[in-house]
Design a protein around this ligand. Sequence first.
Ligand code: FE
Length: 288
Amino acid sequence: MSAVPSSPPSDRRVLQLVRGQPTSDGAGVKLNRVIGQRALEMLDPFLMLDEFRSDQAGDYLAGFPNHPHRGFETVTYMLAGRMRHGDNQGNSGLLTPGSVQWMTAGRGIVHSEMPEQEDGLMWGFQLWVNLPAADKMTAPRYQDIAPERIPQRTTASGAQVRVIAGRFEDLQGPVDAAATAPVYLDVALPAGSRQSLPVPAGHNAFVYVFEGEVAVGPDGAAQPVARGELGVLGRGGDVTVAAGAQPGRLILVAGRPLGEPVAKYGPFVMNTQDEIVAAIRDFQAGRF
Ligand code: FE
């Protein structure tokens, strides 16, 4: 008897379309909150997604002065502008266009994220990725990734793919985040192009469109996703994205769901309320 090959997991479809909510955070930075708002509280393991984009200095100059984090990872991807980061353990770095900072807050850090420009466009994303219980109190860690360390390729269909995390064809993203095995791709689609993107089966995944409009899903069941909208993807394998008469650009993000209870209070994300109380106490006592 020959083994029956298992059929490949089907192309993922858009289950839910989410439009970001304008809000402000830090000392008054205007941004578009896509995950972490009423329409999409979280998408395990993703706790928050913000897009910040403004060429009005007043929208971003105040920055994010010193604030704590515990229990998860923050991922900043800069498209335009410069952001200086510094923390209470003596680390400091400059985020430039095309760079990524993957910060594992673990048991606790206090840091600031401040614009290093007084005018011009400031544009990028911040994503919060949860940590499993076993890793929440790990030592804080930074992965500061310069633009040239992010592999990219123009595919046969003309799509430009940057691999921040996970794998695309033979390109491996530089981020090391074992617990959730994330995929984070930046994909620019020329008008009329179509591209299949790999997503491990079992991962939760979303597409967020930040230029133009992109059709997401298999032929005959593709959902148009407009600029500023996020498509939560259903179960399956890879996902197909296509641009119409105009070019489009998106991020595809996926991760292994943790399936653990989430207790969230501002910048602290733990498993239980008692752990949140302990986090607040530790922070107030200067133990971060
Ligand atoms: Fe922060």
